[in-house]
Design a protein around this ligand. Sequence first.
Ligand code: NAD
Length: 304
Amino acid sequence: MTTMTAPRGTMTSARVRDVMPEQLPRIVMPQCDVRKVLRGQKALVTGANSGIGRAVAIALCQAGADVVINYRSGDEEAMRVVEDATHCGCKTNGRAIVHKADVSKEDEVRAMYERMFAEFGTIDILVANAGLQKDATFEDMSLEQWNTVIGVNLTGQFLCCRQAVREFKRRGVRPDVSCAAGKIICMSSVHDAIPWAGHVNYAASKGGVMLMMKSIAQEVAPYRIRVNSICPGAVRTPINRPAWETPQAYRELLKLIPYKRIGEPDDIARAAVWLASDEADYITGINLYIDGGMTLYPGFEAGG
Ligand code: NAD
């Protein structure tokens, strides 16, 4: 199964940094059974027509949830997610609908929830995933770049979480559906912990998500509402294409990833299904880092 070419015992920890990717065990991706752990639940995934949100929406639907696929632009991509989520030959998948809305706009978020309640009746799971980058060196960063990123990545999550909590508290627990009155997953980032030069607005937004998530979790836990974050490392999506699309860039990226492969959207999607399910009941207020070890300070792997 593996293709390790270096002789046993020759790769000391001090030299791991210098090992070429070809010398490491070949990458085997997980093949996991789909289980209907979210049957009967109603989910909203924001920013779901691309990348991580797309994979999460499909996985929730495959796990049996009815899913609202939110997006801001890209009607065709959104419709393709509906196809992929519902038409893969499995009659036990949930339903999926698309809803175009800008999560940074309060009136559009309200209207999105009204539509969801009209179509699906309620909400059990929110995955607040929509996010973007507007990169610049700090001294060149415009207020517009700052406000746009904070507006979508932080204020957008606030607006979506608030509407969800209102409905969770109004409706309460339905024991035949879930142990919890509701589940929120905030899509954060390793950059809620790792500073990121040239991306001050993005890192500030994700750092804000961390304490927003934990504070909401503390406030609503007595109502049996679970609130957690998933913090991806480098995942192969359009948001970070320059970091993986050329062999040179990919090789540089692997220096930051002890597990020596880029993350795939499905790596995040599997965890989101689990975290939203009753299998993760009693988990609230955590940051779940899914990063191949990026937060293990890989710069120190050869000593320090
Ligand atoms: P992506 O660019 O593929 O997807 C972003 C999604 O957000 C798109 O569907 C886009 O339409 C949507 N969006 C942007 N602005 C919006 C708005 N105002 N209203 C509604 N939707 C909006 O990127 P991705 O990598 O899939 O990112 C998804 C989330 O994961 C983001 O929050 C991002 O910060 C986070 N993340 C990604 C990575 C990574 O390596 N890809 C790492 C850490 C965190």
